[in-house]
Ligand binder design. Structure first.
Ligand code: UTP
Length: 231
């Protein structure tokens, strides 16, 4: 892959905090992997999601209040992405930009570090949208969506034994599958609002299981990989 433009990684919170506990082993090996790719000349923006922490807070706030606006639920989610992003930034000390991006209106001038960590931004969407925004702003062509699913299926594989994995799909077909609407804490493979912008800007998104770093390396290096390419 072209090393001149940065690679955008949307690191699902499900990998950082699966079921509420911090996956230290994953974070350690992810850091080693990125450090090696940086030594090869790659640059990265890593947008960190909220994962189960976001969902725990959103569910608790819903249950306690009974009525809470999507705006407040999204803010709870955004704060969890900031917490997780700060953890990743701390681990990446030495190769990472000193500030976690939380306001996407300010572009970083004279970026020197090979890695930048970013968190959630504003209510109304997810870190997938933020990743697409970074791709637009920093002229990246591809977003890697790292989560705990290895491929997108043509229908929900839970309870649907005939669901088929998809290797490659167009934005048009993908968007027909996931619909238009966004709800706080929602869990589609790539968020519908982000998908619309990605399609309009001709971006590619690769969805894969971020725990398999060898497979991620294959995708980065243009070798065959297990995942779903949306273009
Ligand atoms: P994400 O949904 O992006 O984290 O943010 P995640 O669940 O870890 O991501 P994936 O799906 O695994 O990749 C958690 C919540 O934070 C709010 C939303 O409510 C979202 O569901 N959020 C995040 C925002 O409102 N705006 C943002 O820019 C980012």
């Amino acid at each position: 892959m072209d090393k001149k433009t940065p690679l955008i990684l949307s690191l699902g919170g499900s990998l950082v905090v699966p079921n509420g506990g911090i996956d230290m082993e994953f974070i350690r090996s992810f850091y080693q992997f990125i450090k090696e790719k940086v030594a090869e000349g790659y640059k990265f923006f890593i947008v960190v999601g909220g994962g189960s922490t976001a969902r725990h807070y959103i569910d608790a706030a819903k249950k306690i209040t009974g009525t809470i606006s999507d705006w407040d639920l999204d803010w709870l989610g955004i704060h969890t992405t900031r917490l997780n992003a700060h953890l990743i930034k701390t681990v990446f000390e030495g190769i990472v930009h000193p500030r976690v991006i939380a306001n996407y209106r300010k572009k970083i001038a004279n970026l020197k570090e090979p890695v930048v960590v970013a968190a959630g931004w504003e209510p109304g969407w997810s870190t997938d949208y933020d990743a697409v925004t970074l791709a637009k702003d920093y002229k990246a062509k591809i977003v890697f969506n790292l989560s705990n699913i290895s491929q997108v299926y043509d229908r929900d594989p839970k309870g649907n034994s005939s669901a088929q994995p998809i290797d490659k799909i167009t934005w048009k077909k993908y968007r027909e599958m996931v619909g238009e609407n966004w709800t706080p804490g929602s869990n589609t493979p790539f968020d519908p609002v982000a998908s619309k912008i990605a399609m309009e800007h001709n971006l590619k998104v690769i969805i894969l299981d971020g725990r398999d770093l060898k497979n991620l390396d294959n995708a980065i290096e243009g070798r065959s990989f297990m995942g779903t390419l949306i273009e």
